[in-house]
Write a new protein. Sequence first.
Length: 46
Amino acid sequence: MHPDEVQHNSNNMISEAQHRTLAKAGDCERGIGRVDERLKQTMGGH
């Protein structure tokens, strides 16, 4: 294995972890958005 290949592999692992973290953050934001919508609906309903 050349040092370049090792470097490339570690970079791939880092970017994959970042993608997963970003995806999770996106899910959280979407979840918060849904809660906000529900709150608006219940407030408007009363």
